[in-house]
Design a protein around this ligand. Structure first.
Ligand SMILES: [Zn+2]
Length: 430
């Protein structure tokens, strides 16, 4: 039982505690008021204190993430010598091309092929390559097997497939002087071997429609044809543009298990209707945009945007950049001599302006390819990711990556090949 004395002590204690607490509170309160007063900005400087809010309102919009996308150039031609290769690597570092596919590795057994292979081994999965066909002796019954065997060998070396130049249909001739047809059945063993080995067939058939029309000032590519007269396929015994593409399409239909890459926008950038129809018809067909932004850029923006959106997983970015010891070529011949390094940077920048902006009426990447302006198509990030990188990654570089990984686990380097001279056509990129 608490005594009276205890109760008195307790009361005093409680009173003291309350007093002390009050004192602390009041002191702290005063101190807080003082602090608050101290940090209150003087009149006229209040705008500074509230600056972050106002600043946020006037801040520039966040950086467009499309501008940060790195590229894969799925279509280049690089002479496998230190000069051109170093120049290409310097350019690619500046314009953020992470990976690239060389479409002119040459024919297995040639010095060009051996040198390209060495660069591919050095650069690993940054560089893919496509081998080319040697047309010599095409009249001989052993020719197709010889070339098919070389494709198989190239695939074992890590090639992604073959690139067939426009020479087939427009340049390669039989002994009797006639042009070899694009769908000549003597090529069938080659396509069968591509099916067996998984080799992609990157195919350049025909050329711009204007190249099949008379070279007169009325021709929309007159300036270009005047500088490169051998690009004209008007008259003589040349098949028509339509006949060439129809023959190509018969081959694609005949080999549904082969993956075809219709370069230069399936070689009919003048007709979006044809391109869409052909992509619908052949699920084994992909296309690239190389050297054809001038052509496609003059179509109505909405129509073009719809096509890129619909087929966003089947269109690959590529430029057809050519670097040789003699200089560069950016999609076509140039009026004032070979272009320089800065022109090459600009070439890529204009491609990006076309895809990433809604700018109107600007110069296309290769002004000589027609005297008209183009409009940007302002593709969304998700579509651009597919076109700039992911499609090439899936189609070309996934396999290349797996090949390089397998090579790393083996100690022996890929077998070398005895070089022998060849007469295969010099790649022109056209
Ligand atoms: Zn090319």
């Amino acid at each position: 039982m608490p005594t009276m004395r205890h109760v008195l002590s307790l009361t005093i204690c409680l009173s003291l505690t309350i007093c002390l607490s009050l004192t602390i509170c009041v002191t702290a309160g005063l101190a807080f008021t003082a602090c608050t007063r101290d940090i209150t900005p003087p009149k006229g400087t209040q705008a500074v204190a509230s600056a972050p809010t106002k600043k946020a309102k006037t801040q520039k919009p966040p950086r467009d993430p499309r501008k940060d996308l790195h590229l894969i150039d799925s279509h280049v031609h690089l002479t496998p010598l230190p000069g051109p290769m170093r120049l290409a690597l310097r350019l690619f570092a500046e314009i953020r091309v992470d990976k690239f596919a060389v479409k002119s590795a040459g024919n297995p057994g040639t010095p060009r092929y051996a040198a390209t292979l060495r660069w591919a081994q050095r650069l690993g999965d940054r560089m893919a390559f496509f081998t080319n066909i040697d047309w010599e002796d095409i009249d001989k019954p052993t020719w197709a097997k010889r070339e098919a065997d070389k494709i198989e060998r190239a695939m074992k070396d890590g090639a992604s497939g073959i690139k067939i130049f426009k020479a087939l249909g427009l340049g390669v001739r039989l002994k009797d002087g006639s042009l070899v047809k694009v769908d000549d059945p003597r090529l069938d063993p080659i396509f069968k071997r591509c099916e067996k080995t998984g080799a992609i067939v990157a195919w350049h058939v025909a050329d711009p429609v204007a190249f099949f029309k008379p070279t007169t000032p009325k021709n929309e590519r007159y300036a270009e044809l005047s500088l490169a007269p051998d690009w004209s396929f008007y008259g003589k015994d040349y098949p028509s543009h339509e006949a060439l593409l129809a023959a190509r399409d018969r081959v694609i239909a005949k080999f549904p298990k082969v993956t075809f890459l219709g370069i230069h926008f399936a070689n009919y950038p003048e007709s979006l209707t044809y391109v869409a129809k052909t992509l619908d018809r052949f699920p084994n067909l992909y296309i690239d945009i190389s050297a054809r932004v001038p052509e496609i850029g003059r179509h109505p923006v909405a129509k073009l945007k719809a096509l890129f959106t619909r087929y966003q997983r089947r269109i690959l970015f590529g430029t057809d950049l050519i670097i040789t010891p003699r200089g560069m070529q950016l999609g076509s011949v140039a009026k004032n001599g070979p272009p320089g390094y800065d022109d090459a940077v600009r070439y890529y920048q204009v491609h990006r302006r076309f895809f990433e902006t809604a700018d109107k009426n600007f110069d296309h990447p290769t002004p000589i390819q027609g005297d008209w302006k183009i409009n940007g198509i302002d593709l969304p990030l998700s579509v651009l990711k597919n076109i700039y990188r992911d499609n090439a990654e899936r189609l070309i570089f996934a396999k290349r990556h797996a090949f390089v990984a397998r090579q790393r686990t083996t100690t022996r380097p890929a077998p070398g090949h005895t070089p022998r001279p060849t007469t295969h056509p010099t790649p022109t990129g056209k």
